[in-house]
Design a protein around this ligand. Structure first.
Ligand SMILES: C[S@@+](CC[C@H](N)C(=O)[O-])C[C@H]1O[C@@H](n2cnc3c(N)ncnc32)[C@H](O)[C@@H]1O
Length: 219
């Protein structure tokens, strides 16, 4: 649990489950193939047709840095409630001479005006949210997307029966993965008003089965 909980502020599940695992997060996720999974998410999002992109739950910034590397012309914003993870993102961007706006905040209370982004991406973040937070997040994402905009999500799960790996089971609270393995993510997207919500692909990693989802703001 985050240090926020101890201080009476709104809590969240940090990137590696505990603050003290954070330095291990990047090397471990690299080993299980998260980088190539994130690259596929970027390809699916067709970013060439966009100008402003938000990564919700950006954590230590691997997706933000990859987007900026592949599309330096884009304005990229990363949001996460964890200041320690954001500090790591900031250092990573500085090391490679890139820049992005980084904001501390929660995905269900996005501090942005209506219709202010072309794309919203999220990798390995949705399973950190309770079911009602997921629903509120999707409503917020739809609010800040422009009419032609779309949402692209990568996370554990998929429509087929649950097959998350041993490491996934010990690293994550089991209840946070509920709703990820029975097609509930596209259903929640539909409920938030998105159209064409679907699972677009899936792959198997050491941390379990991961799925890609996409949904459009309007038809
Ligand atoms: C497993 S990490 C994924 C980080 C990054 N997207 C990646 O691909 O490595 C999940 C991230 O979600 C963030 N998170 C947890 N609750 C959140 C919330 N309510 N809103 C936004 N981000 C949240 C955590 O702080 C953490 O950085």
């Amino acid at each position: 649990m985050s240090s926020n909980a101890k201080e009476g502020r709104r809590s969240y599940l940090p990137a590696a489950g505990h603050d003290w695992f954070l330095p291990l997060y990047d090397p471990v996720t690299r080993l299980i193939g998260a980088d190539s999974a994130r690259r596929e998410l970027i390809e699916q999002a067709s970013l060439r047709r966009s100008s402003r992109v938000l990564d919700i739950g950006c954590g230590t910034g691997s997706l933000v840095v990859l987007i900026k590397r592949l599309h330096p012309e884009l304005e990229v914003v990363g949001l996460d409630p964890d200041p320690k993870a954001l500090a790591r993102t900031r250092r990573k961007l500085e090391r490679v001479g890139l820049s992005a706006q980084l904001d501390e905040g929660f995905s269900d209370e996005l501090p942005y005006p209506d219709a202010s982004f072309d794309r919203v991406l999220s990798s390995f973040m949705m399973h950190h949210l309770e079911r009602d937070e997921k629903a509120r997040t999707l409503t917020e994402v739809r609010r800040i997307l422009r009419p032609e905009g779309s949402l692209h999500v990568l996370d554990f799960g998929g429509a087929e029966p649950r097959r998350d790996g041993f490491l996934a089971r010990i690293l994550h609270r089991a209840e946070s993965l509920q709703g990820h393995f029975d097609g509930q993510i596209p259903a929640l997207m539909d409920q938030a008003g998105f159209v064409e919500s679907k699972e677009t692909a899936h792959r198997t990693t050491l941390l379990g089965r991961v799925a890609y989802y996409a949904a459009s703001r309007s038809g």
